[in-house]
Design a protein around this ligand. Structure first.
Ligand code: MN
Length: 263
């Protein structure tokens, strides 16, 4: 009896390792056993390439523009950068040049947009110095950190994790990745979000409290970064709600805009 349950535990552990490492559980585990079923690997198209960028983890930085930190009730001058994650399959790819349906999620009555620059990591590392951090970036994209604000606020109030407000299905819309090798890096440039043609958020990337290089350096002290990790770099002020039927357009200078209809 004890022997059987121990074996069951070991098999379960083997499957978990396999899923965590490969993301696509079709190969064999350390014990030679095959995976029970395959799991889809989320990925993002790369501009000018037939290859896709496989997503390992989605990191997000909170309150990275002073005016947004203030609107969320915190003091931007004293806070070190902090991070949270979304599951990798929260990605929703938004092809430029068309308006893609985006489902209004369950449980919320206050669904918010947050326009953000996304940096994609293709070279891992830990304790990465700021000076060399951008060498770890493969490319950049426009992203939205969609948020069930009412649920996030309720969890904050109860000092519980934000998960339900941030890490739900389809909560990470993203445009195609533009390789840094061709487009360069992003330390400044316009960033805006419109709803039904009206500007709601408008700022400049140079107002980020922590630059992409500083985000990578800080993040790599807490977690060893791996190829496939992507970082949502925070949103400027004037986040706000959308309802079904609204069309959101997100833009970052030098990148094509993305357009989503909330359905
Ligand atoms: Mn955000």
């Amino acid at each position: 009896m004890a022997e059987i349950s121990r074996r069951g535990v070991l098999q379960a552990a083997g499957l978990m390792t396999l899923g965590a490492v490969s993301g696509c559980a079709t190969s064999r585990g350390e014990d030679g056993d095959k995976a029970l079923f395959s799991v889809a690997q989320p990925s993002i198209p790369i501009v000018g390439s037939n290859e896709r960028f496989p997503v390992r983890r989605i990191y997000c930085i909170g309150r990275n523009y002073a005016a947004h930190a203030r609107e969320m009730g915190s003091d931007p001058t004293r806070e070190p950068p902090f991070f949270f994650q979304k599951p990798s399959d929260a990605i929703q790819y938004i092809a430029p040049g068309k308006t893609v349906d985006h489902p209004y999620p369950t449980l919320t009555k206050n669904y918010h947009y947050e326009i953000e620059l996304v940096a994609a990591i293709s070279k891992g590392g830990k304790d990465i110095p700021v000076e060399t951090a951008l060498q770890h970036v493969f490319g950049y994209a426009v992203g939205l950190d969609m948020t069930r604000r009412d649920l996030q606020a309720a969890m904050k109030k109860e000092q519980k994790p934000w998960e339900i407000g941030k890490g739900f299905d389809m909560s990470a819309p993203i445009g195609p990745l533009h390789p840094a090798a061709s487009i360069g890096s992003f330390t400044q440039g316009k960033i805006w979000l419109k709803v039904n043609g009206q500007v709601k958020q408008s700022s400049d990337l140079n107002k980020m409290i922590w630059s992409v290089a500083e985000q990578i350096s800080n993040l790599s002290k807490a977690f060893e970064l791996q190829p496939g990790d992507i970082i949502y770099s925070g949103t400027p002020e004037n986040v706000g709600p959308v309802v079904r039927g609204d069309v959101m357009e997100g833009y970052i200078e030098r990148l094509p805009s993305i357009s989503l209809k909330v359905v």
